[in-house]
Design a protein around this ligand. Structure first.
Ligand code: ARG
Length: 582
């Protein structure tokens, strides 16, 4: 018998695929895709409703299809005999012996029994990507948190992940800013640290206002962009200083969040933009539309039913966001040799990426062997259900938001521990964990309401609830004066329903991590960890652990230890550190 895959869902799928093909030929192979974790654990741990659909295709009775399938299906090495229920569902239940053995495998080594993938990919994850001279806002926070988590999960599987910060460090905003600074703050154009980022943001707003009103200013700004793009030394220096200043501010936020990125901003692709347009022309994909160079898109229509263009060169000769992204795709495929390109931005950019991917594909720059995906996310809302803003109506700066979370976590801690000095590291960890978890635990495609009270609550699907479950296990260790690392591989025995339920949940870790790596929805991992904490609490509230007789004591301590390990690993993949005490 071959080894059973770390993901039991995947193991069942491949066995069903094989048995389906053997029994029904090619149509039967699809049975593998119809197995899911059971919704109601009373009937089994996994279920398969494939026989129902297949019966229709074959014109047979579902129960007959199910019976024939079972004759060819061998899962006895890890499941009880499967049952046929209802109109023709298959139900699978894991064997306790197998469960015990799986838990032992998970206890060994430091990967919870999950080996890296046999064929790791080179993956580029483009995330965070704020714009220079503008403040980072909550939208960039979502991208940063989601991107960091996805990078962690993909790296855990052994993929080589390049975390790229595609900062907006190029373009018309610099022309405006430089022109404005020439009259208001000339020192900022040739001296480092002449401005604070807060000023820079205000100056950018003022420059934008002048740009919108004043034709002469617009012309001067345009010339400044030309200077910058042609490498004129004064313009270059001013640009560099402005970028460095923003970069330092961004770095404070990344440090606070514990997120690491490699900066490769839009300016990096400047030397490759001309070739994008030339090569599209040579391929016959380019057309002129009102003076602009564009590629007309397939399947994107305007209200009149005409195909929409993707502009790659504006009528004034300048390049844009799309040109840069096309150059970036080419670079990432040919130079970085990436096999998967992932972009984490707000859902508002979905059309942009669909258009860029389509043009890159038609140009042959994005071969079928390379997968390009946009990972969209929704808005962050205030508790009033409207776009998250300060009382004065400004967008909330990320720094003030992180500071506020820390202040609230500190106040919360103090209220539970009156009179004691506030442990700064604990409070920081709680606050950052709470912010990250509040974001990651939502289905990323929906908008979510940002609420300090909810995210810091010890009740519900929150970081503090999960961290507390971990702390509880550490407390057991302290109380029993034992070192979990020194526990011999537990021999697991299951006497109570809560033990089995917890054990079955623990062994699902690999399938959850596989799903996150393929579908890129971190909320699946959050949900898993939340349920793990609940199941652990049910088990621990009901059964004695330290006071239990052997062999139950060792088995239960093993369950506690594994719960803590899975929580710690899972939280780490979310970018959240655990606490030993709270
Ligand atoms: N700077 C952009 C923004 O703030 C996000 C860039 C995303 N990455 C990319 N390759 N387009 O919206």
């Amino acid at each position: 018998m071959t080894a059973i895959a770390p993901s039991l869902l995947q193991e069942l799928a491949s066995r069903l695929e094989w048995a389906g093909a053997k029994t029904f030929g090619a149509v039967g192979q699809t049975l593998g895709q119809t197995v899911t974790p059971a919704k109601d654990l009373r009937f089994g741990d996994y279920q398969c409703n494939g026989p129902l659909t297949l019966a229709k295709t074959l014109g047979q009775k579902p129960r007959e299809v199910a019976t024939a399938l079972l004759a060819a299906l061998d899962v006895a090495d890890f499941c009880e005999a499967p049952t046929i229920d209802g109109p023709g569902f298959l139900n699978f239940r894991l064997k306790p012996d197998f469960l015990a053995q799986r838990l032992q495998t998970m206890q060994r080594g430091d990967r919870l029994g999950i080996p890296p993938v046999p064929h790791p990919q080179k993956i580029i994850l483009d995330f965070s990507s704020p714009n220079i001279a503008k403040e980072m806002h909550v939208g960039h926070l979502r991208s940063t948190i989601l991107g960091d988590c996805l990078a962690r999960v993909l790296s855990f599987w052994g993929h080589e992940v390049l975390r790229l910060n595609h900062v907006g460090d190029w373009g018309t905003q610099f022309g405006m800013l430089i022109t404005h600074l020439q009259t208001t703050h000339p020192a900022a154009l040739d001296q480092a640290d002449a401005l604070a980022l807060g000023d820079l943001v205000a100056l950018y707003r003022a420059a934008k206002a002048r740009f919108d009103e004043d034709a002469a200013f617009r012309e001067a700004s345009r010339l400044a962009v030309v200077d910058l793009q042609s490498g004129e030394p004064m313009a270059r220096l001013a640009w560099q200083l402005l970028c460095e200043q923003s970069r330092r501010e961004f770095q404070k936020i990344y440090d606070g969040l514990g997120v690491h990125l490699t900066e490769r901003g839009e300016s990096f692709y400047n030397p490759y933009l001309k070739a994008v347009v030339q090569d599209l022309a040579a391929l016959g994909l380019l057309q002129e539309d009102q003076g602009a160079q564009c590629v007309f898109l397939e399947g994107f229509l305007n209200k009149e039913g005409q195909p929409l263009p993707l502009i790659v060169q504006k009528s004034d000769g300048g390049y844009n966001y799309a040109t840069t992204d096309l150059a970036a795709v080419r670079y990432r495929v040919t130079q970085d040799r990436a096999q998967r390109l992932i972009y984490v931005t707000d859902a508002g950019q979905a059309d942009h990426f669909a258009a860029v991917f389509q043009v890159a594909q038609r140009a042959g720059w994005l071969p079928p062997t390379v997968e390009a995906v946009h990972v969209p996310f929704g808005l962050v809302l205030g508790e009033d259900g409207k776009k998250f803003r300060t009382r004065s109506g400004d967008t909330v700066s990320l720094q003030s938001l992180l500071d506020e979370a820390i202040a609230r976590a500190a106040a919360d801690w103090q209220s539970r521990n009156p009179g004691q000095p506030v442990p700064e590291e604990v409070v920081r960890t709680m606050a950052m964990g709470a912010i990250k978890y509040a974001d990651l635990s939502q289905n990323r495609t929906s908008n979510y309401v940002f609420s300090y009270d909810k995210m810091l609550s010890l009740q519900g699907n929150t970081a503090p609830y999960l961290l507390y479950a971990y702390v509880r296990v550490q407390g057991i260790g302290r109380k029993g004066d034992l070192d979990f690392a020194q526990l011999a591989d537990g021999l697991f025995t299951f006497a109570d329903e809560t033990e089995i339920t917890l054990a079955k949940h623990l062994v699902q870790l690999p399938e959850v991590l596989m799903a996150v790596a393929s579908d890129l929805y971190p909320n699946r991992l959050c949900q898993y960890l939340f349920e793990l904490s609940q199941k652990f609490n049910q088990f621990y509230d009901r059964l004695p652990v330290l006071a239990a007789p052997e062999p139950e004591r060792a088995s239960r301590l093993g369950l506690c230890d594994l719960t803590a390990k899975v929580l710690r690993q899972g939280l780490e993949l979310l970018g959240i550190s655990v606490l030993e005490k709270m």
